[in-house]
Design a protein around this ligand. Structure first.
Ligand SMILES: Cc1cc2nc3c(=O)[nH]c(=O)nc-3n(C[C@H](O)[C@H](O)[C@H](O)COP(=O)(O)OP(=O)(O)OC[C@H]3O[C@@H](n4cnc5c(N)ncnc54)[C@H](O)[C@@H]3O)c2cc1C
Ligand SMILES: C=Cc1c2[nH]c(c1C)Cc1[nH]c(c(CCC(=O)O)c1C)Cc1[nH]c(c(C)c1CCC(=O)O)Cc1[nH]c(c(C)c1C=C)C2
Length: 464
């Protein structure tokens, strides 16, 4: 293996380059990014008075193999000292709200939350959980998240909790999203244990083994629920780019939009605006539709499959208020689609990460996420009497891919086409195997390991 071209310099492309860089088998890595900066959706505004505002992800989960994998990378990059951990005992971890019937409801948590009837729900959640064990397995190979949860836990939980959750993670509609691709743990729990409750208690199948390094171990000991970085999450791609630059084997190109790729005798020819480059292998970390637009006509079946992956556009509205303006404390609130079609939720950024507030004087930072950027200031639902002292609206076009039922088959078909046509091409990034930062980093690593045939992750069964 000599030259690998990585298309796209979002966190997926940078993570893949980081893992490529660790292998002596790779002599050269070309990272081709169309915009003027690396990081893609990991995008932080840092004001000179110390305030930090996130326009993409704001907190990363430390748990599980994929969470440990990211923390191992953070440690290796020397960013451990910049970590801002949020322990699970913190109010931002304990309190999440849904806004329904014109008021905020704290989502039930802990045993007492399960035993009591907690509005907006009409019965104790423990009843739904206990009865779930008696529901027989579904027969379909995939279905919508809403249909799966209604069938197993009842319509009310699907309409309120799961509808909101899908808006808070995928900015999506649980009636259209695939349970198998969006919540594989739930899908596997039913497949393997016949029940979500038993799956939670006994484990729901194999999961990758990632030995936790010192930072990941610290996250377990201190029981973190999420983390950020002192200069915002964009520090992570910035630090990876610096690491790649220093390796001497990686060429990082900004403003290098890939226009066309064509298979050649020795690999690929890649056409850019100002020239042509060659590579033995391509790792595409582009959004699916962007990859579809640069593939040659000979790849038509793959192009069609890539074009079938929909995305959503989200408006992210960062607000800063003078003083403490929140009537409640917690992570934030979500709105089920029955309450508001356009507004998804509000994150109370100052609660988990007060370190990102302006250094002088008390302020409150909020982020409103919605499908449209209109009328945003009236929609915090928090009864804030004053106008924000600072705001910024960013329209994030096509930012979150939507995995609809049958997504796993489409992705399988793409990879079969690549194999059958002997294309030296790997597909990574949020379009295929998970949208979280952790998933995207982990899938970048898996693709590199598959390409180089080294260190293939050991599979262990978490079930007892
Ligand atoms: C508002 C928002 C909030 C989120 N919150 C969270 C969260 O709290 N936790 C979490 O884990 N995840 C969160 N996510 C999801 C996560 O941030 C993304 O799924 C992830 O960053 C996607 O990374 P990527 O590298 O696959 O794609 P991208 O970031 O889209 O990177 C793709 C790159 O390809 C480049 N590109 C496109 N076309 C070309 C071309 N022709 N040639 C060269 N380059 C090209 C783009 O400029 C871009 O830099 C959030 C996402 C958004 C939008
Ligand atoms: C309202 C819109 C959105 C908010 N965050 C996102 C959107 C679209 C994107 C997002 N949030 C999370 C992830 C990663 C999931 C993972 O597997 O790590 C992504 C892509 C984390 C998350 N945010 C909320 C929940 C319940 C989760 C799941 C994991 C966890 O428990 O941390 C809730 C939530 N998100 C938003 C709000 C306002 C909100 C409210 C409670 C914003």
């Amino acid at each position: 293996m000599t030259t690998v071209a990585v298309l796209g310099g979002g966190i997926g492309g940078l993570a893949a380059s980081y893992y490529l860089c660790k292998s002596p088998q790779v002599t050269k890595v070309l990272v081709l990014e169309s915009s003027s900066r690396f990081g893609g959706w990991l995008w932080s505004t840092r004001r000179s008075d110390g305030a930090v505002f996130e326009h993409g992800p704001r907190g990363i989960r430390p748990a599980g193999a994929v969470g440990h994998n990211t923390l191992n990378m953070v440690d290796d990059l020397g960013l451990g000292g910049d970590i801002l951990p949020v322990p699970s005992s913190h109010v931002a971890s304990q309190n999440r709200y849904v806004y329904m019937n014109s008021r905020l409801h704290r989502m039930p948590s802990g045993l007492s939350g399960l035993l009591r009837t907690v509005p907006p729900f009409s019965r104790p959640l423990l009843l739904s959980v206990a009865m779930e064990m008696l529901v027989k397995k579904g027969a379909e190979e995939d279905e919508s998240v809403h249909s799966f949860v209604s069938r197993r836990l009842g319509k009310e939980l699907a309409d309120i909790a799961v509808d909101s959750l899908c808006r808070g993670v995928f900015a999506g509609d649980c009636r259209k999203l695939s349970v198998r691709s969006c919540f594989p743990v739930l899908y596997n729990a039913e497949r393997r244990r016949g029940s979500l409750t038993l799956g939670m208690l006994l484990g729901s199948g194999p999961s990758p083994a990632v030995p936790p390094g010192p930072l990941a171990q610290r996250s377990v000991t201190e029981s973190w629920s999420q983390w950020s970085l002192s200069r915002g999450v964009e520090s992570l791609p910035e630090c990876i780019a610096e690491y790649l630059q220093q390796s001497g084997r990686v060429e990082l190109h900004r403003e290098a939009a890939v226009q066309q790729i064509s298979p050649s005798a020795s690999g690929w020819t890649i056409r850019l605006e100002d020239g042509v480059v060659s590579a033995d292998h391509i790792i595409s970390a582009l959004p699916a539709k962007a990859l579809a637009s640069v593939l040659p006509p000979s790849c038509q079946p793959l192009i069609q499959l890539l074009q079938d992956i929909s995305t959503v556009t989200v408006a992210v509205v960062n607000l800063e208020y003078e003083g403490s303006i929140l009537p409640v404390s917690g992570f934030g609130h979500l709105l089920p689609s029955s309450e508001d079609q356009a507004l998804l939720g509000v994150v109370y950024d100052s609660v988990p990460f007060p370190q990102h507030d302006r250094t002088n004087g008390r302020t409150t930072r909020l982020t409103v996420q919605e499908f449209t950027a209109h009328h945003y200031q009236r929609h915090t639902h928090l009864g804030v009497p004053t106008a924000p002292s600072w705001s910024r609206v960013t329209l994030q076009r096509d930012c979150i891919p939507q995995y609809y039922p049958g997504h796993f088959r489409r992705v399988e078909s793409m990879r079969s086409f690549i194999r059958e046509n002997n294309l030296s091409l790997s597909l990574i990034g949020s379009s295929y195997d998970g949208v979280s930062v952790n998933d995207v980093i982990f899938n970048g690593r898996t693709a590199v390991e598959q390409l180089l045939g080294t260190g293939v992750l050991e599979r262990v069964n978490t079930g007892t």
